[in-house]
Write a protein that binds this ligand. Structure first.
Ligand code: 7TS
Length: 415
């Protein structure tokens, strides 16, 4: 067990890590669970579950308003989590960390608030063809309301790379570049620092969707020099319902509030109000305090394992999976040959992706089949859906073996 470890001590024994996750020892459909749907959501270690319970058992009250002890404790829990996230991302200051419900809400916040005050009719919003619907639909809604245009950096094809040949011309026309760091469907790892730096040079604001990267590689927002970055707690071993928007202080201070209500004001009169300072200006209403406690513990936990070790482990399992799948006749694998993240998407000739996922489920193996909220991308690639295995640090080589066995069985049935 990892509880009680020195925070600087790194975990080396991958197998013992599994004991930290109660769900991984469960049986599903009569088989030991093999959880390969980590791109959708990660599992939770006992320490995170305990942190949430402890908050409700010992410290529960509302934040920023009481003078009583429990309210002070709740406020300290919440603000300590903010400081921890700031450290995790290497943000210059905790006020640059806004708590949201997740990546989706973080991007909506920027599209509405920053968009409303910075995008005019005729302006261009630059995205890539591999964006999750969460980093596409908010911009579509905003563009339609304002009369702005969307433009896209192309994906080269099945290899899932971005075609950057005409990036500078596209940046010349753009107000904001919003792109995913790691693709949730292709497993591509986009050159985040290069993209943000080229955007900055062109005086274009950058937003990084780090939903798939935040728990899988080190993120340093000062080094990347992005204006905004979003991620979800539940994908990094934290609870659902809490996520983060990082924003540069200069941007956040200029932006109007996203939602109105308690906490986000400094003075209210019947006809108008003045607003609180950042980050509170963007956190209307009672926040997810227990979620913040869980996220804090999740980040401590992940940092103890070490993000560079996690990244290597992910790549090892993903590469091993690709290699084994390539030996199966009729397989088409999406994503780059080199530098793949923890995601492997594929189709098997004649077998529907849903059949693959259903057969896998009958053996206790959780994978995802569908469009993965990447409908336009899959349309471009000419497939309605893919099967997707996505890994985390608690997955093992023998789980890859069990997964491959199922695909081999399906292949015999269909091809
Ligand atoms: N951006 C990316 C790149 C994602 O992969 C996801 C969720 C989101 C945004 C939205 O995150 P949320 O926490 O706000 O929902 N991706 C997936 C997936 O691949 N399968 O299920 C959810």
């Amino acid at each position: 067990m990892t509880q009680g470890l020195d925070p600087t001590e790194k975990i080396k024994d991958w197998k013992s890590i599994r004991d930290d996750f109660p769900i991984l020892n469960k049986e599903i459909n009569g088989h030991q669970l093999v959880y390969l749907d980590n791109a959708a959501s990660s599992q939770k270690p006992q320490v995170v579950i305990d942190a949430i319970r402890k908050h409700y058992e010992d410290n529960n009250a509302n934040v920023h308003r009481g003078i009583h002890e429990l309210s002070n404790r709740a406020t300290e829990t919440y603000e300590a989590s903010r400081r921890r996230v700031a450290k995790y991302l290497n943000a210059a200051r905790p006020e640059e960390v806004i708590f949201t419900r997740g990546t989706t809400e973080s991007i909506n916040l920027v599209a509405h608030s920053w968009g409303q005050s910075n995008i005019c009719a005729g302006d261009t919003i630059l995205l890539t063809e591999m964006e999750h619907h969460s980093n596409l639909v908010p911009w579509q809604i905003m563009a339609k309301r304002i009369g702005a245009k969307l433009e896209f950096i192309s994906v080269t094809g099945d290899d899932g790379l971005l075609d950057l040949t005409d990036l500078d011309e596209k940046l010349d026309r753009a107000k904001i570049l919003a792109f995913t760091h790691f693709s949730n469907t292709l497993g591509s790892i986009n050159p985040v620092k290069e993209l943000c730096q080229r955007a900055r040079k062109a005086e274009v604001v950058s937003l990084v969707d780090a939903a798939q990267s935040a728990g899988h590689t080190t993120i340093d927002v000062q080094e990347i020099d992005c204006d905004f970055l979003a991620f979800s707690g539940h994908k990094i071993c934290g609870p659902t319902g809490i996520g983060v928007l990082y924003g540069k202080k200069e941007q956040l201070e200029e932006m109007p509030p996203y939602q109105g209500g308690g906490e986000m004001i400094s003075k209210v009169e019947y006809l108008e109000s003045t607003f609180n300072v950042i980050p509170h200006k963007f956190e209307a209403g009672t926040p997810n305090i227990a979620g913040a406690a869980g996220l804090h513990t999740a980040i401590d936990y992940i940092d103890r394992i070490g993000l560079s070790a996690i990244f290597k482990h992910d790549q090892h399992l993903a590469n091993q999976t690709v290699k084994r799948l390539q030996e199966i006749d009729g397989i088409r694998i999406f994503g780059p040959d080199n530098q793949r993240s923890a995601v492997v998407s594929f189709v098997l000739q004649d077998a529907h992706a849903l059949d693959l996922a259903t057969m896998a489920d009958q053996k206790g193996i959780a994978i995802r089949a569908g469009h993965h909220c990447n409908q336009p991308l899959l349309t471009k690639l000419g497939v309605p859906s893919t099967a997707r295995a996505s890994f985390n640090f608690y997955n093992t080589e023998s789980e890859v073996d069990r997964f491959i066995e199922v695909i081999q069985q399906v292949q015999k049935m269909f091809v």
